[in-house]
Design a protein around this ligand. Structure first.
Ligand code: DGL
Length: 267
């Protein structure tokens, strides 16, 4: 079992922010990644649709015989995690819990901003998770849907991204938040832009690093660390391999060859 791969999925390139941290922390593990690029964005879809998409991606990864499932998508984590945990017998790791833990630990003034997709913000998953840790923290949430296509386009550092960031984040800055949870795995691709607008006074919480730590802890506690020869990662998308190779490759800072196109569900 321990020699098997870890399966990671997202609606597109965003989950690569989590992939990158897992790969950095656990270089001996084999990683299999799916970006559901034919159906991105998930953030404006209904919970029922997101659950169906998540089950389809998870089933594909299960067919690849993965030993663990990482839901590298906040939208899917906030809506589908309980279903996935109930349906599958392997460990399932989402990104909300790790991000919430980090935010609760680092805020000094108890005023935390949460940005995410419409679906994630509506689900109030972060509010519940942060309040379970500390009910006194005040949370200010804001959906930022346009950040997803900007990231998919490779425009994380573009002046247009800065204009959009200003529009979305001004109200949060006015609330004097000292911590901002990047509650969508696409958003770290815009980190430089967010930093440009917010300055150094606001701590950006990217759940990718925390999620990688959680994966590592689980591998250890379940005795699932891989010890075999390193194996290269495998990447699958449901549409446009070239765009994923270009944008994903530039984010990971290496050539992404051999990305395979697959079909999920009844497309
Ligand atoms: N990266 C995803 C998330 O963390 C999904 C973004 C989207 O597809 O709308 O929510």
């Amino acid at each position: 079992m321990s020699e098997r791969a870890i399966g990671i999925f997202d609606s597109g390139v965003g989950g690569l922010t989590v992939f990158k941290e897992i790969e950095r922390l656990l270089p001996g593990e084999e990683l299999v990644y799916i970006g559901d690029t034919a159906r991105v964005p998930y953030g404006c879809k209904s919970p029922a649709t997101v659950v169906r998409y998540a089950l389809e991606a998870a089933n594909f990864l299960l067919d690849q015989e993965v030993k663990m499932l990482v839901v590298a998508c906040n939208t899917a984590s906030s809506t589908a995690l309980p279903v996935l945990e109930e349906r599958f017998r392997i460990p399932v790791v989402g990104v909300i819990g790790p991000g919430a833990r980090k935010a609760a630990a680092v805020t000094r003034n108890g005023r935390v901003g949460v940005i995410g997709t419409m679906a994630t913000v509506k689900s109030e998953a972060y509010t519940r998770a942060i309040h379970a840790l500390n009910p006194d923290i005040q949370i200010f949430s804001k959906p930022c849907p346009l950040f997803v296509p900007l990231a998919e386009e490779g425009w994380g550092d573009h002046p247009v991204a800065l204009m959009v960031a200003r529009e979305y984040l001004e109200p949060l800055a006015a609330e004097n938040v000292d911590t901002l949870v990047l509650g969508c795995t696409h958003y770290p691709i815009l980190k430089n832009t967010l930093r440009k607008f917010l300055g150094d006074g606001v701590r950006l919480v990217d759940s990718a690093q925390e999620t990688a730590q959680t994966v590592s802890r689980l591998l250890k506690s379940d005795d699932l660390y891989r010890s075999g020869k390193p194996r290269p990662p495998r990447f699958f998308v449901t549409d446009s391999c070239e765009n994923f190779e270009k944008v994903g490759g530039s984010f990971l800072d290496r050539r992404l060859d051999g990305v395979q196109e697959i079909q999920l569900g009844f497309m």
